[in-house]
Every structure is written in C-alpha cells, then in structure tokens.
Write a protein that binds this ligand. Structure first.
Ligand code: FES
Length: 324
C-alpha cells in the first residue's frame, strides 16, 4: 500500500458547500500515476480515514485535484477538510487506488453524476476525451450556482452533456427511466452521487447486462432498518478459516471479528476506509470458497472472484482461500 505525503497547493470554494483541493509533492517530485476513477485515502489528524476521488486529468503528473462537499451531519471528515486544511499543510494519504475503473471496451460511456459525485467522472471525461471515445455526461445538481466544475465539464463534454437542476426536489430532476431505462448496444454506465440517486439508478438499470453498470458509493445505501436487521444476523456469525494462498498461512476468523481485523492482527495490511462494505477499498481476490458477500459495491460478476474483507464471511461450515 503506497503511502504519500501531499502538500496543499491551492484551495478554492466552488459552490456554497464544495471546496476544491489541489495537492502537489512537498519536494516538487512527480506524483504516482493514477487512472480515471481513482481515489486517495486521507488519514486525517482527527483519526478518520476518508476517501476522495481524483478529478483532474490522469495525464497530469504534477498535481492531484479533488473536491469535498461539507456535510454537516456526516462523520466529521468533510468538516475537517473544510475547516482545518490550509494551503501549505501536508497531509498523509494512501493510494491512489481505483475501484471505479473505466471499462476498456468500445461503445458509449454514459456517466451519471449527482452533486459531488462529479469528481471521478471528471477524470473519466478527460480520459475519454483524450481517446476520442463516445461519451455523455448526465449531471444532476440543485441549481447552476450549486454546480461544481461547470466550465470544465462544458469543455470536456461539449454537446455530450445534459444538466438537470432540480431546485432541491429530486422529483423535478432527471427522469431516470427515460434517460437510462433502456441499455443501448455496447453502453457502459458509471454512476456516482448521493444515495437516493444511486439506488434509483441501480433499480432502473437492473436489467442491463452484468458488468455494464459501475458505481462509486460515498456512503452506505442501506436504511437504518436494514442495518438493524443485519446487526441481528451478525449475532449468528460463525467462526471460519481463511487460507492465504501466497504465504500458505491459515487464519481463524472468530465469530466476532472480520477478516480485515484478523489480517491486521497478523500485520497483513489491506487498504480500507469505511469498514462497512460500501467504499470498495478492502477488496481482495479469492481463489476458492463459498462466500457470504455482505458488501454493497461488487456486482455479480465481480463476486465470482473478489470479496470485501471488512464484511464478507464464509458460508456456514466453509473456508475461503484468499489470493494474499
Ligand atoms: S473498508 Fe470499505 S468496503 Fe471494506
């Protein structure tokens, strides 16, 4: 896992709630390359780890750009970024890593962004434009004033761009059924935005071919009731074995611990952030085993070979062989 120190080079308030952050190397070096859709995990001084997507052109090697929405009711990461981070500060990050890759296939790439969800889609737009690949951005916000990166998206997408301003009432915004209800041949869809938009878009596209709908979550899409029901099921967890194929070690995962926690105890580092199964960071390939996936990020195809070690468990009586 790559650790970096980044220096804050520029800050800019883009809308009333969204701030743009530009980072450079403290010693002027080139930064590690990143791919469109990638994010960095920021290890904040208040102990939180927060993932923020990179928005700039992946061809740029001298800077990383992201933007953060200040969330009054969130866990405190965005408030910390807005209120405590100043130009010249140095921040510890891990990454860049990417759970939201552009598919390397021909056909149209349809990007659907809501609010701050524009950040990874911007980097994707840069990449698609540079390669002259068919693309369209559907960009949903409250109003033009509350829309971040307006000029940049207009420049990247030109006529292949539709804005939807709902004034704060989602029922007046994008008609998802009309817009993405039918999958056009070879289309791939990338969704990033608030939970409501994401859930609705996933419902409307549930018939799209497996692997053609990609999404990035900023938070869990589960309701309080769903989480409470799952917590009850957690009480019935069973212990199971995990074998690490590369080292040949076998670890016992007790009923009250996740695979991720046991990996840590054994000083095996795996990227992580949410520890709730929605950020996608802790993904690991597995080679064998019946898996009780419990995450919100992997699609059926991905689940055939990947799992999220913060939440996934073996099916009762089973064992999992990880590619670690
Ligand atoms: S740490 Fe976020 S999905 Fe596992």
């Amino acid at each position: 896992m790559q650790q970096l120190i980044l220096k804050v080079n520029k800050l800019q308030q883009l809308t009333s709630g969204i701030k743009r952050f530009e980072f450079v190397s403290p010693v002027g070096d080139d930064l590690p390359v990143f791919t469109a859709g990638a994010h960095l995990d920021f290890h904040l001084d208040n102990g939180l780890i927060r993932s923020y997507s990179l928005a700039n052109n992946p061809e740029e090697s001298n800077r990383y750009v992201t933007a953060v929405l200040r969330e009054e009711t969130g866990g405190g990461g965005s408030k910390y970024m807005h209120d405590n981070v100043s130009v010249g500060d140095e921040l510890k990050v891990t990454g860049p890593s990417n759970n939201f890759e552009l598919a390397d296939i021909p056909g149209t790439h349809i990007l659907l962004g809501g609010g701050i969800g524009i950040t990874p889609l911007l980097a994707m737009g840069h990449k698609l434009k540079a390669e002259n690949r068919p693309r369209h951005l559907h960009y949903c916000t409250k109003s033009r004033e509350e829309t971040a990166f307006v000029e940049e998206v207009e420049q990247i997408f030109g006529d292949n761009l539709t804005f939807y301003h709902d004034g704060g009432d989602p029922s007046k915004g994008i008609n998802l059924k009309e817009t993405i209800g039918v999958q056009t041949i070879d289309a791939n869809l990338y969704i990033c935005g608030p939970t409501g938009l994401l859930s609705a878009a996933r419902d409307v596209t549930s018939h799209w071919t497996v692997g053609s709908v990609h999404f990035e979550l900023f938070q869990s899409t589960k309701s309080k009731e769903e989480k409470a029901a799952e917590a009850k099921l957690d009480n019935r967890n069973q212990a199971f074995e995990v074998e690490l194929a590369q080292s040949g070690r076998t670890l016992m995962i007790p009923e009250d611990k996740s695979i991720l926690q046991v990996l840590w105890e054994n000083e095996i580092e795996v990227l992580h952030a949410c520890e709730e199964g929605w950020c996608g960071n802790c993904v690991v390939d597995y080679l064998e085993g019946g898996v009780d996936h419990r995450d919100e990020v992997l699609d059926d195809l991905e689940r055939e070979s990947k799992l999220q070690v913060c939440v996934s468990r073996a099916l009762p009586g089973g064992k999992i062989i990880l590619d670690l």
